[in-house]
Design a protein. Structure first.
Length: 323
């Protein structure tokens, strides 16, 4: 058996791939998700068959199938507890459903975890056994690989870094129902929360005053202004970075990662955000837990998901066989 099938299911498209044992991409393509509910699983299987036929690959050559889904997962049983973006409600038994078509190993995990595994194997994680990924997008997601395995916890809520309480003043409401989560101060929306909170109360000039005053300012505007030295924007980025560093610092005394990888749209701010995160991280983290720990920007972009979904088979099938 020499190939791994991989699917990264998203709200509008599903990325599919055929991988070799070392997680090199042999072929990747996309199909439309089209809100077909569970029907998407059958579409995925059909599409795999078409592409395998073209490459003369039989099902007997398949080691396993890894699937990433944007929703909360019961990892042990391969069940998704609803996925709003896919129009999936209730409990969807993804593994059981797929087993109708394929009777080899099937692993299912959430999109943040599979992206983390992708970065661990083929991206900024450099195949190290202890890696953390913090994804800053419209929300904040994350994953923790400790001793070469993803942390899931007893009910699947492990490594939900976005809901780490970092703002002790609990200034902003989170989508999860709580206040003060990392997501409320470090996502694209979080950056803007901080802008509108501080700007009226702080005596600093800003080149993006008009955008802020008209409430049209975006996270990208803030980062762009910061890069050109805008005092207020730099102040905001320093705050955002401080919160991210605090989460990274606590994770570091727990799992002591070698790489802390910052991904997602907000991470496109690049060096300037990283520089501030590192400054805070060094100040607040237990010395031995920060020694030889590197904070870096994610490398794989959109491919992190399918690489990581294939990585589930590498982690939970191939590496187990070798133990
Ligand atoms: Zn939250």
């Amino acid at each position: 058996m020499t190939h791994i099938l991989s699917a990264d299911i998203g709200g509008t498209t599903c990325k599919l791939g055929i991988f070799d044992k070392t997680l090199n991409i042999e072929e990747k393509w996309e199909i439309s998700t089209n809100k077909t509910g569970e029907g998407i699983l059958e579409n995925i299987y059909d599409s795999f068959v078409v592409h395998m036929n073209r490459k003369n690959i039989d099902m007997e050559n398949i080691i396993g199938m890894g699937i990433g889904v944007p929703g909360p997962i019961d990892f042990e049983n391969g069940i998704v507890h609803g996925a709003v973006n896919l129009n999936w409600t209730g409990n969807i038994e993804v593994r059981k459903h797929m087993q109708q078509y394929f009777n080899g190993p099937i692993y299912v995990d959430n999109d943040a975890n599979v992206a983390t595994l992708g970065e661990k194997f083929k991206g900024a994680g450099r195949n190290e056994s202890d890696v953390v990924c913090i994804t800053l997008g419209t929300g904040v997601g994350g994953g923790i690989v400790s001793n070469s395995e993803l942390i899931h916890g007893h009910n699947g809520s492990g490594a939900e870094i976005g809901h780490f309480l970092v703002d002790q003043n609990k200034r902003f409401q989170c989508n999860c129902g709580m206040k003060g989560c990392l997501e409320t101060v470090a996502s694209a929306t979080g950056v803007i929360n901080l802008v509108h909170h501080f700007y009226p109360n702080i005596n600093m000039k800003s080149n993006i005053h008009d955008l802020i005053a008209s409430k049209n300012v975006t996270a990208k505007d803030v980062f762009d202004a910061a890069k050109s030295g805008d005092e207020f924007s730099l102040f905001i980025i320093d705050k955002v970075a401080g919160y991210i560093a605090y989460a990274a610092s606590v994770i570091s005394v727990m799992t002591n990662p070698k790489y802390i990888i910052i991904g997602g749209g907000v991470s496109k701010a690049g060096d300037i955000l990283l520089k501030f995160i590192k400054k805070h991280f060094e100040k607040m983290t237990f010395r031995p837990a920060q020694e030889d720990t590197h904070i870096e920007v994610a490398q794989l972009g959109n491919d992190a998901g399918i690489i990581g979904a294939a990585g589930l088979i590498k982690t939970y099938v191939l590496e187990k066989e070798n133990q």
